[in-house]
Ligand binder design. Structure first.
Ligand code: SF4
Ligand code: F3S
Length: 111
């Protein structure tokens, strides 16, 4: 079992999740984070920390694609150890549907 980051992180990237993870298994793209499914120890402490409610256990329905997605980008993006400021449009984009198709960036974080 693992937890995964899902689409509402896109464009928000609040990063509150990063500070509570005991094993530093969040990886940073340009406009979202992912969890490395093989490093996550399933502790669950990050889930309630996300203001965008974007973190889910893979035991929920239809999470297979997100496990694959998180694993794919965790292998490509740098690890993130500390929380940082959210993206500038975080509040306005929180809850916007269809962000994966419209604004998701495959690029790794620049910083
Ligand atoms: Fe880290 Fe625990 Fe969240 Fe997994 S469930 S990403 S180990 S805080
Ligand atoms: Fe994303 Fe939520 Fe973490 S918006 S960066 S999963 S706190």
């Amino acid at each position: 079992m693992t937890y995964v980051v899902t689409d509402n992180c896109i464009g928000c990237k609040y990063t509150d999740c990063v500070d509570v993870c005991p094993v530093d298994c969040f990886y940073e793209g340009e406009n979202m984070l992912v969890i490395h499914p093989e490093e996550c120890i399933d502790c669950g402490v990050c889930e309630p920390e996300c203001p965008a409610d974007a973190i889910r256990p893979d035991t929920e329905a239809d999470m297979e694609k997100w496990v694959e997605f998180n694993g794919k980008y965790a292998a490509l993006w740098p690890v993130i150890y500390e929380a940082k400021d959210p993206l500038p449009e975080a509040e306005s984009l929180d809850g916007t549907p269809g962000k994966l198709a419209s604004i998701f960036s495959e690029k790794p974080s620049a910083a």
